[in-house]
Design a binder for this molecule. Structure first.
Ligand code: BES
Ligand code: MN
Ligand code: ZN
Length: 503
């Protein structure tokens, strides 16, 4: 997939389709009476033909509304795709624009090259580019040889050209290049999530982390099961001990010269979550291949941050294990000792994510970084509370939580602040160990976060992202979001790193 900026005329650019934005008509005319084209560089004959086609077809310019018009006079492209973007004159909602452009690009499956008549303002151009880049995705690594025919004509758009009135500025060129880097990373995270669990056991996920940063100034350290034992990672080992595929911990260190601050990002890497001895019901258990989406986001974000050369130290920690029931699996009632020495009574082996994260957080706090963010498909309760598209954001520090929520908003990701009620800590009390791994079921997303907080010393800013819903789209594609892995949290991490680098 390539993204390019060009200043050629939309009328004469050679491509399979030309995308133009349309808005509902201005306040002077009654709502619903027609649409206004937000396009530059088209001859009057083309504008008239497009307008009358849109009127005839009843287009309203609503965000994401896609109308395809063939053979427009004065336009070289054989098809014009008009996409509603809402009212760009009002407060600019860049996320609406990203999604609308995404819908247009998804409607162009099977076409090779698509040109978009883009607004030149930097925020609008960036949103247009990102929406287009993220929509041009599918995952075919595991389609059999014979399926080439079946998928012919259904590949995503391979080449996207953003047309701006010339000359293109340095800032415009840079933002297109940045969009490619971040878009590649989001798609890498999606690929990792979509990869079947038999093809991506913990050792392979750790190697994928290494591959992701090959050739970049990132130091990679991988602990195998023996190193994990040596370092006392009882959580990762306990969760992993039921599987024939042993656990790992991957550490990625990006430390550019001149960086003042350190960000540590920690991602849950359960390559498959059966629940273990506290086994899950069969329905939709296949979706638990996505239980490493936090790890995927961390790996992808470190790649993007290093490629962008951001002046901030970033460490990615990826604890990874497969949660299986077997004769060697941990039992409900087992007590394990975490990296920091805390003992945990495992009352439910399906609450495994917090166990592997506890070890990794214990490692993270040793560096005393400016900020630790962990990201995990941690609880079904997250989906009950916030639905499948909004991540929960919890923290031990109000400013840090607000900072991450604001960064998510700027990056176009939906995240919402949630509390850490103190009274939930008592529900995690264990008669035998320092703490139990399950607490109150009511507010289960919050109980899980309160468990994690136990491993963060006072004064260490820490934010926890529960992406159980947003990481995986089990429904139809929408906007720029495909079915399956979504790449959730990657753009937010890059945005946070950018803001820390800026000071
Ligand atoms: N990986 C699951 C959470 C999950 C559920 C993610 C659905 C995505 C979709 C996690 O390991 C889990 O099983 N959590 C339990 C915790 C409970 C036992 C306290 C849950 O949410 O039921
Ligand atoms: Mn589980
Ligand atoms: Zn899990």
């Amino acid at each position: 997939m390539t993204l390019a900026l060009a200043t050629t005329s939309p009328a004469t650019t050679a491509c399979d389709a030309l995308v133009i934005a349309v808005m509902p008509q201005g306040p002077a005319t009654p709502e619903g009476s027609g649409v206004e084209l937000a396009a530059h560089g088209l001859p009057d004959a083309a504008l008239t033909a497009i307008s009358s086609a849109l009127t005839a077809l009843g287009a309203k310019g609503k965000p994401g509304e896609v109308t395809r018009i063939p053979s427009v006079p004065g336009v070289k492209a054989p098809v014009v795709i008009a996409v509603g973007v809402g009212n760009l004159r009002a407060t600019i909602d860049t996320e609406n624009l990203r999604r609308a452009v995404g819908a247009a690009i998804r409607s162009a499956v099977g076409m090779r090259k698509v040109a978009i008549v883009a607004a030149p303002q930097e925020d609008l151009l960036a949103a247009t580019a990102m929406g287009a880049r993220l929509a041009a995705y599918d995952f075919t690594d595991f389609k059999g040889k014979g399926s080439a025919k079946a998928t012919a004509g259904s590949s995503p758009v391979a080449s996207i050209v953003l047309l701006v009135p010339g000359p293109a500025t340095a800032a415009q060129k840079r933002l297109i290049a940045d969009t490619e880097v971040i878009g590649d990373a989001v798609c890498l995270a999606r690929d990792l999530v979509n990869t079947p669990p038999n093809a991506l056991p913990p050792a392979k996920l750790a190697l994928a982390a290494k591959d992701a940063v090959a050739g970049l100034p990132v130091k990679v350290t991988i602990w195998d099961e023996r190193a994990l034992a040596r370092h006392g990672c009882g959580g990762i080992l306990g969760v992993g001990q039921g599987s024939a595929n042993p656990p790992r911990l991957a550490r990625l260190d990006y430390a550019p010269a001149g960086a003042k601050r350190q960000l540590i990002i920690v991602g849950k890497g359960i390559t498959f979550d059966t629940g273990g001895i506290s086994i899950k019901p069969a329905a939709n258990m296949d979706e638990m291949k996505g239980d490493m989406a936090g790890a995927a986001a961390v790996i992808a974000a470190v790649q993007a941050i290093a490629r962008l050369g951001l002046k901030v130290k970033v460490t990615g920690l990826v604890p990874t294990a497969e949660n299986m029931p077997s004769g060697t699996a941990q039992r409900p009632g087992d007590v394990i000792t975490m990296f920091d020495g805390t003992t945990v009574e495992v009352l439910n082996t399906d609450a495994e994510g917090r166990l592997i994260l506890a070890d990794a957080l214990g490692i993270a706090v040793q560096d005393k970084p400016a900020l630790i963010i962990d990201v995990a498909t941690l609880t079904g309760a997250q989906r009950v509370a916030l639905g499948s598209r909004t991540a929960g954001v919890m923290a031990n520090d109000d400013a840090a939580r607000a900072q991450v929520c604001a960064a998510a908003d700027r990056a176009g990701e939906t995240m919402w602040p949630m509390p850490l009620p103190e009274e939930l800590r008592a529900s995690l009390d264990s008669a035998t160990a320092d703490i139990a791994n399950i607490g109150d079921r009511m507010g289960g997303m919050l109980s899980a976060a309160v468990f994690l907080k136990e491993f963060i010393p006072n004064g260490q800013p820490w934010v926890h992202l529960d992406i159980a819903g947003p990481a995986f789209n089990d429904k139809s594609p929408y906007g720029y979001t495909p079915k399956g892995g979504t790449g959730a949290a990657v753009r937010t991490f890059v945005q946070v790193a950018r803001e820390l680098a800026a000071g």
